[in-house]
Design a protein around this ligand. Structure first.
Ligand SMILES: Cc1ncc(COP(=O)(O)O)c(C=O)c1O
Length: 389
């Protein structure tokens, strides 16, 4: 069993999470529980194969071979019961770059793209920087759980939306969409002829009893209008290696993506991204299962301690992702004050909810993918900062 308790110093490792705080928060002396990466090393075999490649010593142009495609499709089949053909795969340095490419491939300037806030900040940035229009169907928080307002969802789609950008599992709310919810969203997209970009980067980080279902695995008709985006980056903590993939069953959609990628000069991935992706998908399943148990215990600890010490806060149940979404609205602090208290008094770096669009105000997002010791320290800081409110 991997020792997830082992502390690994990430300071001065070019880490956004550990070395980027001064830039983002104006303080460098914070405990970093922001940015969605983990403080864990990836599976041993991924490390080993990269080390061997370094020893080889020649880093010329690299091909994406059938072996890595096989590792990916075996993984989607084994973990998600989703059979993917090698031909349906496309590659990209990241899921955010893939969203940008897909927005350019499937929409024109001024077209409407539907999202469900509060949601991952780059969804807003990519749509706006490509001069498309954001249409938002805000999720509703009902009895501590986020739901889709399907009437609103349909009303919005009806109004000439071209693309629905789905986040599944959903960051930051931690929802793992059920088969029924996915089916209803896909059915409405079919009714109004809307293309689906399914960002499923968190697919593998799902806590029992929940189960991730790739939207495109529901049926061929839904798959035919869907571009699915996945990666080993969240799953195995490989984000810095910049390797991800897309799945498009529909050949026309695939060709359109390939055309935009070619226009932008994209042709292959980083050598180490390919090596680590293949090794992690091939050998990393035990590591992932152990990691998920560790995360579950971290999430439970946060929930229990916060409930005990800060009854005004509500920790939203994390069904998936290693992110914990906490409702702080009953403290009466506005976003600026919440920020000030957590950064200056608590010395704790979290993501603040207002960055996730409408519905995010007054919330914080805490990253639980770290050593237990850090979680305990982080919770202490949170309590110290907020107990007076
Ligand atoms: C929903 C979602 N999509 C995409 C990303 C980032 O993807 P990448 O680093 O591959 O661009 C994240 C990272 O937190 C995320 O939460």
């Amino acid at each position: 069993m991997v020792n997830f308790n082992e502390r690994i110093n990430r300071v001065n490792s070019l880490s956004v999470k550990w070395d980027g705080m001064e830039n983002v928060f104006g303080h460098s002396d914070l405990l970093p529980m922001w940015v969605a990466d983990m403080d864990f090393r990836p599976p041993e075999q991924a490390m080993e194969q990269m080390k061997q490649r370094i020893e080889h010593g020649i880093f010329g142009y690299t091909i994406i071979d059938e072996k890595v495609k096989n590792a990916i499709t075996s993984w989607t089949n084994k973990r998600h019961n989703w059979k993917v053909d090698h031909d349906w795969l496309l590659f990209s340095p990241g899921v955010v770059p893939s969203i940008a490419i897909a927005v350019q491939a499937f929409t024109e300037v001024g077209d409407k793209i539907l999202i469900q806030s509060p949601v991952y900040t780059p969804f807003f940035n990519i749509i706006e920087s490509n001069m498309r229009e954001i249409v938002n169907s805000e999720l509703i928080l009902k009895n501590g759980r986020y739901e889709i307002d399907f009437n609103d969802f349909e009303e919005k789609l009806k109004n000439d939306v071209k693309v629905f950008l789905l986040c599944s599992p959903h960051n930051p709310t931690g929802r793992v969409w059920s088969k029924e919810e996915l089916g209803r969203m896909a059915q409405l997209c079919e009714k109004y002829d809307v293309v689906i970009i399914a960002d499923e980067i968190h697919a593998d980080i799902v806590l029992p009893p929940y189960k991730h279902i790739p939207l495109a695995s529901l049926n061929k008709a839904y798959a035919d209008r869907t571009l699915t985006l996945m990666a080993p980056s969240k799953t195995f903590n490989l984000a810095g290696l910049q390797a991800s993939f897309m799945v498009a069953q529909n050949k026309e959609m695939r060709n359109k993506i390939a055309e935009i990628q070619a226009k932008n000069g994209f042709f292959a991935l980083n050598t180490f991204g390919i090596i680590a992706m293949e090794a992690a998908y091939t050998y990393g399943e035990h590591w992932l299962n152990d990691m998920l148990s560790y995360i579950q215990a971290n999430v439970d600890l946060i929930k229990t301690k916060v409930k005990e010490a800060l009854p005004k806060l509500e920790v939203i149940e994390s069904e998936g992702t290693y992110l914990v979404w906490i409702d702080c609205r009953k403290t009466g602090l506005n976003d600026a004050d919440l920020r000030k208290v957590l950064l200056e008094k608590g010395k704790l770096a979290v993501n603040f909810g207002d960055a996730y669009g409408p519905g995010g105000e007054g919330f914080i997002r805490l990253n639980a993918a770290c050593q237990r010791e850090i979680v305990e320290d982080g919770v202490k800081r949170l309590i110290y900062a907020l107990e007076a409110y």
